[in-house]
Design a protein around this ligand. Structure first.
Ligand SMILES: *Cc1c(COP(=O)(O)O)cnc(C)c1O
Length: 380
């Protein structure tokens, strides 16, 4: 029996894919972004699910994540959304990975590695449209550098892309226009028209696909059922959280009125209370700030979170009929008519959805389930 279990709801993932396809057009290929351990959901299991449901291209943060996917037997194209160091170039070539390019030094490392292995390195040329993170600026000198890639000989430019900096839909549309112009000039420099991709979750949710004909999209958040960051862009209808998080009651204790619970009396019982101890804490990614304001679900009832320690938390189960050791404790997910999503954690703690999700410990087991499996309130 696991202390704390991450469940992935396959039906929710499929529903989110359907939503993404509705926003992008049903035939637009999807590069599913699974960086940062698939936004905390679990890199391998999530990627397998995405591929099973028709996502034929994945994007990761670094070569390590890409190699883990290859080692797990995933054969689909994988793009690395960061520059390639000299050390990583060989793994990119031998792993048949696709690199993002925003500088000539990386291009030369890749070219050299490709020459050594008698192959070609697949690359995606990144254009900066305002994020000022990676990517060539679409200036004359930037375009000249991009053109020089064709002379290296061992690089195959598979894509041209940009990552939008967000903001309101008007700003996004401006960035897409800038990218559209840059794309044409890059194509002229390269002498062919590679796959073009710019839309991630926010721009998809803002229905901006008509502002630029994309031949591929690159969503992350929406796949996981997480609303885009932007306040002026409403979450698309039908989004369903993929991840739920459950534990079990390990011990019950009666706490007389006036007693303290937790370090430095984090909580003081105002009446005789029944407290359940749950073996999950901030070391697992449950925010400490939920103490005193968050809630869990037990036997389809709400149980206030009263204390969060490193590996344990305490919840108030006073008055929950039949509450007992072994009961399922839902920290994220649904029970009965109640549901708790990561957005609730974000609102209560002031953190960002994806920040909280990526904080869920990668060592916890991930189980693929239908939502119903995570809902039962009875102990096993
Ligand atoms: C993270 C990331 C994405 C996905 O962004 P979402 O807003 O989660 O959809 C797409 N492209 C790049 C380059 C990224 O770094």
């Amino acid at each position: 029996m696991e202390r704390l279990q991450v469940h992935l709801d396959e039906a929710a993932l499929r529903a989110n894919l359907a939503t993404v396809r509705r926003l992008a057009g049903p035939t637009t290929p999807i590069m599913g972004v699974v960086k940062a351990n698939a936004y905390g959901h679990g890199l391998i299991k999530t990627s397998e699910l995405l591929v099973r449901h028709g996502v034929h291209h994945l994007a990761v943060a670094d070569v390590e994540e890409a190699c883990r996917l290859r080692d797990a037997g995933l054969a689909v194209p994988i793009t690395i959304l960061a520059p390639t160091s000299a050390d990583a170039a060989r793994a990119v070539v031998t792993g048949r990975l696709q690199a993002s390019l925003s500088d000539l030094a990386s291009a030369r490392h890749l070219n050299r590695a490709a020459a050594r292995y008698g192959s070609r390195a697949q690359v995606h040329v990144e254009i900066d449209t305002g994020l000022s993170r990676y990517g060539w600026s679409p200036t004359a000198s930037g375009l000249a550098e991009i053109e020089s890639l064709t002379r290296l000989g061992r690089l195959a430019v598979a894509g041209v892309f940009t990552h939008l900096s967000g903001g309101c839909p008007e700003e996004l549309a401006d960035q897409l226009r800038l990218f559209g112009n840059a794309y044409e000039r890059v194509c002229a420099a390269l002498g062919h028209r590679p796959v073009r991709h710019a839309l991630a979750s926010t721009a998809l949710a803002a229905c901006l696909r008509d502002h630029a004909p994309q031949t591929m999209i690159r969503p992350g958040a929406l796949l996981y059922g997480v609303a885009p960051r932007c306040e002026s862009v409403p979450a698309p209808a039908g989004l369903r959280p993929v991840l739920s998080l459950t534990s079990r009651v390990a011990l019950l204790r009666s706490v007389p009125a006036g007693s303290a619970v937790g370090y430095e009396a984090a909580y003081r019982a105002s009446r005789d209370a029944l407290v359940a101890l749950v073996p999950a804490g901030f070391g697992d990614g449950i925010p400490r700030q939920l103490a005193g304001i968050g809630r869990a679900l037990v036997r389809t009832h709400e149980a206030p979170i009263i204390d969060v320690a490193m590996s344990h938390l305490a919840i108030d189960v006073t008055g929950i009929p039949g509450a007992g050791v072994g009961d399922i404790v839902t920290l994220i997910g649904s029970q009965g008519g109640h549901s708790i999503d990561v957005q609730e954690w974000a609102s209560l703690t002031g953190a960002v959805n994806s920040d909280l999700l990526t904080g869920i410990a990668p060592t916890l087991p991930r189980a693929v389930s239908s939502a119903a499996c995570a809902q039962g309130a009875r102990s096993a």
